[in-house]
Design a protein around this ligand. Structure first.
Ligand SMILES: *Cc1c(COP(=O)(O)O)cnc(C)c1O
Length: 369
């Protein structure tokens, strides 16, 4: 049996006529940049989140960069973020001229450890940027309280957590703004690069909209210099079509995770991903821990099962951050877990047979040790 890590084609085939239709309409109306389809998607996404504004941008990295920039964050400032994430998170901080300050993760949930944030706050700190990693909320209620107490902006990186929630409240709505990626492999994925920003702040929404479109308030009225970071019509129309299915796809991810949990329970060397109390995990990734991760990954590949590691190196230990001079001892949990984590195939279209085959193969590996 061959099990790919993600399978975007089978999802396309399941809604082919809706997608083909959406694409054809954009072409028929030549609404390629901004225009009707972008407006529609922004309104739908804002409504789905119960927020005042959604502003589409070119990708999820830009979404973070643009909100930080529009919050006035720049050279000399510090933004506290997490050691285990995709580089976009910290890269966006550096793009503004500010410095990312990395914090270790909670052992059970892979997200930023709120207990370690306060000691990193300095007079230069302007914002906290937690990541709802793998599809699970960080301890965002606690982080929000801390940000309020210390008067820091809370910016949520929701690139992996579309429609995830904590105590019934969606992530992305706890702080001043939430940023999203619609990279094709994300839970809600476009057919190219795409991203969005949500907020209830009139002021931030207005700035973001201008900054992302060359600083224009209206055409040729440039109040400042900005960037060119726009959601395009084709991606917006595709996202609108897919948004109608996201609830059902998320449920399937969750039932797939339950099956993995159940079947891996009998494999004592596997640690299944923990779910935080009153969190709704949307399983962008299903990440287990295993002490012989590399050997397990190789074995699974020999059985046709494709897995991945998110991420092989904690951000502060990457060559890109050598100048910040972090050591592994400053982020002990992230460092240790990075050697053990393994992302198993996870997408709505996985079948129960495929999941059983993955679980049985892991058990087989274990029996051979
Ligand atoms: C995917 C991702 C982003 C942004 O991704 P783009 O590829 O720029 O859309 C940001 N943060 C995290 C944690 C991500 O996984």
């Amino acid at each position: 049996m061959e099990i790919p890590f993600v399978d975007l084609r089978s999802q396309y085939l399941s809604i082919k006529s809706e997608i083909d239709d959406a694409i054809q309409q954009v072409i028929d109306q030549t609404a390629f940049i901004k225009g009707k389809f972008v407006d529609e998607f922004e309104a739908q996404f804002a409504r789905a989140y119960g927020v005042k504004y959604c502003i589409g941008v070119a990708n999820g990295t830009d979404a973070i960069f643009i909100v930080l920039k529009c919050l006035g964050i720049g050279p000399g400032d510090e933004v506290i973020t997490v050691a285990n994430s995709w580089i976009s998170t910290s890269e966006a901080v550096s793009q503004t001229g500010a410095t990312p300050v990395f914090v270790d993760i909670e052992p059970d949930y892979f997200t930023i450890d709120p207990a370690l944030i306060e000691e990193k706050i300095t007079p230069r700190t302007r914002a906290v940027l937690p990541v709802h990693l793998y599809g699970q909320a960080a301890q965002i209620d606690v982080i929000r309280a801390l940000c309020e107490k210390r008067r820091l902006y809370l910016v949520e990186d929701c690139a992996q957590a579309h429609f995830a929630s904590l105590e019934g409240k969606r992530v992305g709505t706890f702080g001043i703004t939430g940023t999203f990626s619609f990279y094709p492999g994300k839970n809600l994925g476009a057919y190219g690069d795409a991203g969005a920003i949500i907020t209830d702040s009139d002021d931030l929404a207005e700035k973001v909209r201008m900054f992302a479109n060359h600083g224009q308030r209206k055409k040729h009225e440039h109040l400042m210099e900005g960037v060119n970071s726009r959601l395009d019509g084709l991606q917006a129309a595709i996202l609108s079509a897919k948004l109608r299915h996201i609830g059902e796809w998320t449920e399937r991810r969750q039932s797939n995770a339950l099956q993995y949990d159940r079947e891996l329970h009998r494999v004592k060397t596997v640690v299944s991903p923990g779910v935080r109390n009153s969190a709704t995990h949307v399983y962008h990734l299903y990440v287990i821990r295993h002490r012989q991760r590399d050997a397990l990954q190789k074995f699974l590949l020999s059985r046709g099962i494709h897995t991945a590691v998110h991420y092989p190196t904690p951000l502060p230990l990457l060559p890109a951050y050598q100048h910040l001079a972090y050591s592994a001892s400053q982020i002990p949990v992230a460092t240790e877990w990075q050697r053990q984590i393994l992302s198993l195939p996870m997408y709505p279209e996985l079948t129960t047979e495929q999941i059983s085959y993955v679980a049985a193969s892991i058990e087989e590996f274990d029996n051979h040790q």
